[in-house]
Design a protein around this ligand. Structure first.
Ligand code: CAA
Length: 248
């Protein structure tokens, strides 16, 4: 069991909720960010997890806004203590072929999926270095490794996370701070439910495991990387994709 503080961006989403469950079950003091507490029903999300015996907290923060991330970090550390585990999960899709992709949808995906990781990680990495302990875990995607129809924006952002992960891992490797990414394949969430049915069937048919993944299959890898004992794993990317491909 760990009593460390873990911040999970987008911790009330499909994969994020399972990440919060797994970390809370392992003893972490878990805080999730959310953008709009009312629209996202975050209080009922919190009650649901508490009913299962998982104590979780939340803080309102638009992770695309650097100043808001600064204020959020101060608030979280004042209320809960230093953040030692950071899981960057927040992500969106705005799928369209590039020849039809509007600038607003390019910008939204790059801001939420990539710029947010700078905005949030920047708030905590200095403290992690000074204390000599930290875990940064970035949720990327198989589509940041292979590309995907209709996802130049998402694939670019998720591929960017791999570069960010490896570079920061080098900067912090001697400071007790590990930085890794996980690349989920097609996980059964609201995000993948938005894929047109015939395309989703075709994608699932191409997965060697013959099915979509479950959020808990990603969350257990987060818990593994977050553990103190995982200190020699850094700069790595762990695919969780049912065998979609076998090398990076
Ligand atoms: N594989 C093969 N062909 C594809 C394809 C795919 N994944 N996606 C689209 N096509 C083909 C269509 O079959 C169609 O072919 P024809 O012209 O021969 O009929 C052609 O491309 C045009 O497709 P649409 O008629 O659907 O065109 P559209 O402009 O309306 O939409 C699209 C295009 C936005 C790409 C839409 O097809 C789509 O949303 N596809 C799914 C994209 C996707 O996989 N997103 C992943 C979301 S989940 C996620 O991102 C989580 C994660 O990390 C894995």
């Amino acid at each position: 069991m760990s009593s460390r503080v873990a911040l999970v961006t987008g911790g009330n989403g499909g994969i994020g909720t399972e990440v919060c469950r797994h970390l809370a079950a392992a003893g972490y003091r878990v805080v999730s960010t959310c953008v709009d507490p009312d629209r996202e029903n975050v209080e009922s999300w919190q009650r649901e997890l508490e009913a299962e015996g998982h104590s979780v907290h939340w803080v309102q923060c638009n992770v695309t806004d650097f100043a808001a991330c600064q204020a959020m970090a101060e608030q979280v550390e004042a209320e809960h203590g230093p953040v030692e585990v950071l899981v960057n999960v927040a992500g969106i899709t705005r799928d369209a072929f590039l020849h039809k992709l509007d600038k607003v949808d390019w910008d939204a995906v790059i801001n939420v999926n990539l710029n947010s990781v700078y905005n949030v990680t920047r708030q905590f990495v200095d403290g992690m270095r000074k204390r000599g302990y930290g875990r940064v875990i970035n949720i990327s995607s198989v589509n940041g490794q292979t590309g995907q129809f209709g996802q130049t924006n998402y694939s670019a952002a998720k591929a960017g996370l791999h570069g960010f992960t490896m570079a920061l891992a080098k900067e912090t490797a001697r400071k007790g701070v590990t930085v890794n990414s996980i690349s989920p394949g097609y996980i059964d969430t609201v995000m993948t439910a938005a894929i047109p049915d015939e395309v989703r069937e075709q994608i699932v048919g191409s997965v060697p495991a013959g099915r979509m993944g479950r959020p808990d299959e990603v969350a257990r890898v987060v818990a593994f990387l977050a553990a103190d004992e995982s200190e020699y794993i850094t700069g790595a990317n762990i695919p969780v994709n049912g065998g979609l491909f076998t090398s990076f």
